[in-house]
Design a protein around this ligand. Sequence first.
Ligand SMILES: [Zn+2]
Length: 447
Amino acid sequence: MSPHPRDQIKQKQSPATHRQTLAHRAARGACLALLLGAQNLSHAQATHKDKMNSAHSAAEALAVHNSAIVIDTHADTPQRFVDEHWNFTDPLDGGMLNYETAKKGNLGAQFFSIWVDPGQYPADASARRTLALIDGTLEQVRRAPDKFALCVTADQIVAAHKQGKFAVLMGIEGGHSIEDSLGLLRDYYRLGVRYMTLTWSNTNHWADSSGDIDDTTVPHHNGLTPFGNDVVREMNRLGMIVDISHVSDKTFWDVIETTRAPIIASHSSARALTGAPRNLTDEMIRAIAKNNGVVMVNFFPAFIDEQWRQAWNTQRPERQKAQDALEAEYKAKGLPVPYAASDKIDREFAAKIGRAPFNSLIDHFDHIIKIAGIDHVGIGTDFDGIPVPPEGIDSAADLPRITQALMARGYTADDMHKLLGENLLRVFRDVQAAQQKPPVIAPGQGQ
Ligand SMILES: [Zn+2]
């Protein structure tokens, strides 16, 4: 969940990226001019040969992609399960991810985001909504056990993959879900939740968020409070992955100080390329590499393309007006605004900007690899939580294009296997190895 109307995305210039995009577009134009100007046979032959080569390498890249365990750490689909009574085996119907497109794109494992909209659910009703979303996700597995496997360890993901089953995992997005209770945190672990994003766009009682850090009306803590440190330590003890997407910069550095296990950014891109405060600076990316964690690239155009981000920010007052009108309409009925309704408004506004270039997405993978190394990058699509993915990515079925584009830039089959899933499996194993057993007492234990 990223560009929700309450997700604060602050204006910030990144002239370097702007220049890069313009240079890229100019190069594309020059290339076209060259093709149009091609008169002699040898050039035509060379062009034909290049096409054959790239066709060959595209097929090769597809084979590499299809031989990998592909893991996406962030999709906001559970709201569809609960609010729309939509099943993962149903046709997409406006979504970006379902069983069919996952199969087509060889997506093998999905962390489903359990996200409670703090603007729609009162703080003391967060747990109830969290439980509803967990139930909605678990029900998908119950209904089609021949297709899905609920996985709570890295080894289970590998086993599900061998059986040809789609691995279903859960991550909570926003520490407000625990309602300041380590007991609730443990309960979520018992139900199968394996990561928690410490904040969403809202600062909670124990951790500052990047989403409202400049809002002086929000009480801030200068990062993590002592209880926030306890949450991180309890997650380490449980073997639950600490996710720093969405947190403020100070919270990030506090987490780095406190955690005893590797961490992830389940859906964050690079701030050096796109100036969203939700993105990670190069210093943070290096710190995650040193922590042996992994940064999963978010696909939201406002996080991967500076021009798109600025256009999106320019629209904000008008978009907010439309969202406020929608909220008033539901408030009058005494109902929370369904995500699908507010997403519809965001999609209409996003359509006015158009699609962000596919290469902007690839640039973020490339950048993070250059800064952190190939062992510390992965995929965190944010499917079903963003109004539109970049050009060329309509659904999970298009994931092989990422492998093709990165291999065209020189990355190897081994590199791709790491990026597509092995890096996340490594972190998951390390986090579980740091667990203190037994992490909890559950029914059937402790007799
Ligand atoms: Zn999010």
